[in-house]
Design a protein around this ligand. Structure first.
Ligand code: ZN
Length: 441
């Protein structure tokens, strides 16, 4: 793991990220479709991910994978043939999953299908209609004004089709020594927006490449590129046993903006992953924001659901919901920079490095206490000594270590909870290992 920094500096990673931002930004991704496949194929240049296809109509828990959406062109013209709105100018102009339409209509009929941004006049908002059969256009305030002033009918045209196909997702598994797994998940379903979705996709790909180069990994890594929600639900449905065994997750999104770093906590606020993330942010950032787990958000909603309960955190830079350009055409390549993505990548790399360095111990006798006297641990080790804020006797510490060492809680978390240092505990850890009561896992 210590080679991470060298690896990053051996190539000009910022230029690479920039190149992929420019190539991937224009693709009109959605929850299905050829642009998603193309995105995954381009990512295969960075990592050897496997592309899976799940047919339309497949039942995945409470959901059904919808028909595949394809759009070729779309516009609104006035009677003189002037195009007031054109999908060719910006793919956010059409509501994602719009049904086809070719009709001349008055403004009053068109109006319910036109969306504008409530607070950013020059922005085109991002709207979807995946599961309701509908159509619509998203426009700037100026375009809205121009459309609404038309007294003559407008020609409205969307050349799209919805037909059976498949949902595409990418998967890359990196095996470590242990079967314990970290899930890295990002979503590939957003069209031309740079911070929401695309920045996370690129960071995940480059992070996966960094991890794959490492030798002697302790953890195994399950890296998935899915359309948000339906893709994560699909992945969980097809990999139920594997997801139930995942230790922790990282849902990677909105990592390339100019604003503050922040992190969203895992569903269990006391989980050690939160402390690990926070220690990295404290070390690397002057300030950062902390967002408690919320039932709204990204795919941690699926991975943390009752059936799986994977504690999943997100480190972000300009978190979704929190910046004004969110879900609009102003979340673009002016808002996001490769440099900012690289800064976020460094935090995730630091997190992986820390994960790989964690120590775990497991009690060999998890069912009830050990009989300490049999092992000469009681009362021979008795006698009060003061450690940390609380006064623990050595017997106390023996009992605490055996009680807390479940093989899944890292030693740093146990030390923190007991408020003692590793050096204060080394002697006892070694003694318990030598006695066969504790083992390092
Ligand atoms: Zn979004």
């Amino acid at each position: 793991m210590p080679n991470y920094c060298k690896i990053k500096k051996s190539v000009n990673i910022i230029d690479e990220i920039e190149e992929y931002l420019i190539r991937l930004f224009p693709l009109c991704r959605s929850i299905t479709g050829e642009p998603n496949r193309k995105t995954l194929k381009i990512l295969q240049e960075i990592i050897p991910l496997t592309i899976h296809e799940v047919p339309s109509g497949s039942k995945v828990f409470d959901w059904i994978i919808p028909d595949e959406w394809k759009i070729s062109s779309a516009w609104i013209e006035d009677q003189e043939g002037k195009r007031i709105v054109d999908f060719n100018d910006n793919n956010l102009h059409v509501v994602s999953y719009s049904m086809p339409i070719n009709k001349t209509m008055h403004w009053q009929e068109l109006k319910p299908h036109i969306h504008f941004h409530p607070s950013l006049p020059n922005a085109i908002p991002y709207r979807t209609s995946y599961f309701d059969q509908d159509w619509g256009f998203c426009v700037t305030n100026e375009q809205y004004e121009e459309l609404s002033k038309n007294c003559t009918p407008l020609n409205v045209f969307i050349d799209s089709e919805l037909k059976p196909g498949s949902l595409s997702y990418g998967e890359y598994l990196i095996k470590g020594h242990s079967s314990r797994e970290v899930l890295l998940s990002c979503y590939i379903c957003h069209p031309s927006m740079a911070n929401d979705s695309l920045s996370g996709v690129l960071l995940t790909a480059f992070l996966a490449r960094c991890i794959s180069i490492q030798k002697n990994l302790n953890w195994s890594y399950r890296i998935v590129f899915v359309p948000e929600t339906i893709g994560a639900v699909t992945y969980c449905a097809l990999n139920q046993r594997q997801i139930k065994e995942i230790d922790i997750g990282l849902v990677i999104t909105t990592v390339g903006g100019p604003g503050d770093f922040g992190y969203k906590q895992t569903w269990n606020p006391d989980h050690w992953l939160n402390e690990l993330v926070e220690s990295i942010l404290e070390k690397n950032c002057n300030s950062f924001k902390k967002y408690p787990f919320d039932i709204h958000g990204s795919d941690e909603r699926q991975y943390s659901s009752q059936g799986f309960r994977v504690n999943s955190a997100t480190i972000c830079k300009d978190k979704y919901y929190e910046y004004s350009e969110y879900h609009s055409s102003l979340d673009n390549l002016n808002f996001v920079s490769a440099k900012n993505i690289e800064r976020s990548l460094n935090l995730y790399i630091d997190l992986i490095y820390r994960l790989e360095s964690l120590e775990f111990y497991k009690s060999e006798q998890p069912n009830c206490e050990n009989m300490l006297s049999k092992h000469n641990l009681y009362p021979a080790l008795g006698g009060a000594q003061s450690f940390g804020k609380e006064a623990y006797s050595e017997t106390d510490l023996v009992l605490w270590i055996l009680f807390l060492s479940d093989g899944k809680t890292p030693l740093f978390k146990i030390l923190k909870d007991l408020d003692i240092s590793k050096s204060q505990l080394n002697y006892i850890l070694q003694k318990l290992v030598d006695l066969g009561l504790l083992r390092k896992v």
